[in-house]
Design a protein around this ligand. Structure first.
Ligand code: B1M
Length: 227
């Protein structure tokens, strides 16, 4: 057992959460992983660990990235640290109450955009809601979506974008789906930090997912399996 482990384990919940946010900020993947495990062992709800420690930690990173205090290489390390915690939460969030599949959901980040943390979270929540999730990864041109629709015959297509410069591409994909007659049969969900309901309406998306938990609920409703 390392000294770091002993210190983290000795912290009370509030101090541990604060320490995890600091560790995430410093890109310390091993420590964030360990803190996440400690909170799981203490009986914390996976959604709370996500929101209070990991997402909140990344929100602070986002502010300092915007303000030029953190740069891309550092933020990449923060992302790795966040993913190390998410990896532990994934099986818990993905535990489905139903053995039957809720449906198939194809998800991908749009062309020009390499942000994938939010998309991955949405994917985890969808798995937890019983969806089979086909993850196309990042930087997807329209061809990738069309190919996946053809191959997997999903119940829903989801697109994620984190940049104001890449979000309009969602509209391009939706327009093409409409031209091909696919849109009337395939609901399209869009999400990502710079989006809002008005934008989703403007590009003719079927629904807008504000966050991962809400997106899973919306997806269930779209396939008529909301509880
Ligand atoms: Co980027 N980046 N980044 N970045 N980055 C932002 C988005 C930015 C807001 C930072 C800032 O300035 N404050 C800014 C965008 C500004 C703008 O567009 N107006 C920005 C910029 C500018 C850039 C670069 C251009 C920087 C540069 O190179 N100069 C560059 C672009 C690269 C590219 O994509 N072509 C870049 C690069 C990077 C990194 C590679 C370093 C890294 C990404 C690592 C990775 O994802 N693997 C990174 C990161 C980490 C961020 C911030 C700090 C954090 C994003 C994140 O993971 N948030 C971000 C600042 C911020 O958003 N506050 C920032 C946590 C995540 C859980 O939230 O992704 O919002 P989010 O997902 C949520 C919801 O949005 C929603 O549910 C999720 C969970 O609740 N959601 C969906 C997301 N997708 C959904 C899909 C759905 C439904 C809901 O349905 C399908």
């Amino acid at each position: 057992m390392s000294d770091d482990e002993i210190i983290l384990k000795d912290l009370n919940d509030d101090d541990l959460i604060e320490q995890m946010k600091d560790d995430l900020y410093d890109g310390m993947a091993k420590e964030v992983h360990e803190g996440t495990q400690i909170l799981i062992d203490r009986g914390w709800d996976a959604n709370l660990i996500l929101s209070d420690a990991l997402v909140e930690g990344m929100r602070i990173v986002g502010i300092d990235f915007r303000d030029g205090i953190l740069f891309v290489p550092e933020v990449l390390q923060c992302a790795d640290a966040m993913k190390s915690g998410m990896g532990l939460l994934r099986p818990i969030l993905a535990e489905s109450e139903n053995s039957a599949s809720t449906g198939t959901y194809v998800i991908g980040t749009v062309k020009g955009d390499i942000h994938d943390i939010g998309k991955n979270l949405v994917g985890m929540m969808l798995e937890g809601a019983g969806f089979e999730v086909i993850d196309l990864g990042i930087n997807n041109p329209i061809e990738n979506y069309l190919e996946a629709i053809d191959k997997h015959r999903p119940n829903i297509l989801g697109m994620s974008a984190l940049l104001t410069t890449t979000m309009p591409y969602m509209g391009v994909v939706i327009e093409e789906l409409d031209k091909r007659g696919i849109l009337k049969e395939l609901p399209v969900m869009v999400g990502g930090a710079p989006l809002n309901q008005e934008f989703a309406d403007a590009i003719n998306a079927t629904s807008y997912g504000r966050d991962a938990a809400m997106s899973a609920e919306l997806a269930k409703a779209l396939v008529g399996k909301n509880s």
